[in-house]
Write a protein that binds this ligand. Sequence first.
Ligand code: C2E
Ligand code: CA
Ligand code: CA
Length: 539
Amino acid sequence: MFTATPRLRSLLYRPWLLALVAALLSAAVLLAGSFGLAMHQARQDERAQMNAQGERFLVRLEQLFGQLRAGLDQLEAQPLRGCSPAMIEQLRQVNSRYRFIYEVAYVSESQFCSSWTRQSLIGKPRPPDIRGPTYDYWLNTSTQPDDNLASLMLGRGEFRVSTSRGHLTDVVDLPAGGSLVVVLDRGSKAVPVLGPPQTWPPTPDWSPTSTETLMSTQDKLVYRMPTQSPEYQLVLITPRSALQQKITGAWWLLVPASLLISLFIGILVLQLVRQRQSLGGELHGALRRGELKVLYQPIFDLNTRLCVGAEALVRWRRPDGTLTSPDLFIPLAENTGQIRQITDFVLQQLLEQLGQLLRANPHLYVSVNLAACDVMAPRIGRVTAKLLALHRVAPRQIAFEVTERGLVDVVVARNHLQALRDRGHQVLIDDFGTGYCSLAYLQTLPVDCLKIDKAFIDALGHDAASSGVAPHIIRMAHALQLRVIAEGIEFESQAMLLKSEGVMYGQGWLFARPLSATKFTELVTGGRRSAGRRADDVA
Ligand code: C2E
Ligand code: CA
Ligand code: CA
């Protein structure tokens, strides 16, 4: 587990540094997250835009093709052929009748006449790109970016009608490099109607029979428009170069928000660390002012229901009467190193308060919780020896509880725990099962007893039928010839089940809450028995 050396600890306790690290880390996470979000949003917008553009284009194309075909049908139905003035009049009439028809012409082997008096833009005849049963199609008759040039021509018989680029582009703002292409020959060939030629197929997995409308690659979007004609498909292709701009645009909006949140997190961390530091300062004063107290939670033999000992638990009662939980100030004291003073205080208090009781009851013991730093140095053995000599109490009457998390350096911890046992103390593993202790690891530790964590006792449930991890731990402890104490027993059913599993000792609210020295002494001298009536916490 992580150990804070004094240098590292003092470094970590600089509020500004911690706040800065927290702000920088959160800024990095938030900026990366917002970039991802902006990217996603830009892609969604782009697809939505392309879809809308494609649909608008499709509507316009349907209108446009409808008018071109209607113009040709009208001309084919009338009897005139050849380039007579009446024919030119006919061509002009059709031209002015349909909004999307740009030019109308009559083209035969020998004759050419157009609705236009100026030079015709229908151009030299060439074979049609698509030859349908009724209509022929000439695509991309001009690729020049001039809206007045014809870009699509339809023919029926000897009549031709064309539409201009402008009629196609006025509904769709085709970006530079974008094209509208007509796909022919079962998807194998693509001719642009608008814009430059495109590499074909547009995507590696392009299938002419697919019904997917929108596809995208790294650098382009491809929108396939459904057509009624099986002879061709219309496809809109636009480059994606603008995507980067859209991302950065959206991202720049998120940057100030991310920075603000990071700043807020930094300030919050600063406040929390300062609060903790001030709690540390208060704790220092609390020790001097005698605000710390020690309570004793009795431990019972589950078979005889006699009290065999107690666990010393520290309490901090502020001058205003509020109680601060040891779960809050013990970890803080471990960080600041004040825990050593607390451990010494607990030992001193317990021998002062219970010395007489312990002398009178040589089988009674009190266990003291040790922090990691207590286990990592031989100090605690010497301190206890002095106090025991002073109060004439036997070392076996003081047990030490160490948690798995407290065994930071196993080799050092093992030596010190062995030294404590050599002095005659018992060593208990507390909160067993919540750390990383394995059976193999446990075998190498000089311990006498395992305390099963309350979490596993809770899992036993309120009815004796349920099982869980506890029975496994119990079997393991028995295999290693270790005694077992179950802590946090709140229900009779749990006590019964534990007893039936061979657990000898138990501690918990079912029997007694942590008691003052006086109440604990009364409990012991008054028969040491938990007579079903629970002793209450005096804190
Ligand atoms: P711990 O060593 O596991 O202590 C057992 C905790 O469970 C105690 O909480 C006790 O009051 C509580 N407990 C006992 N039986 C029951 C029960 O039936 N139900 C419930 N809900 N709780 C029960 P406490 O006194 O608040 O102590 C919390 C933790 O603070 C202790 O856990 C221990 O890790 C630490 N601590 C307390 N006193 C000291 C101390 O003097 N030195 C050190 N290093 N740590 C201490
Ligand atoms: Ca404990
Ligand atoms: Ca415990």
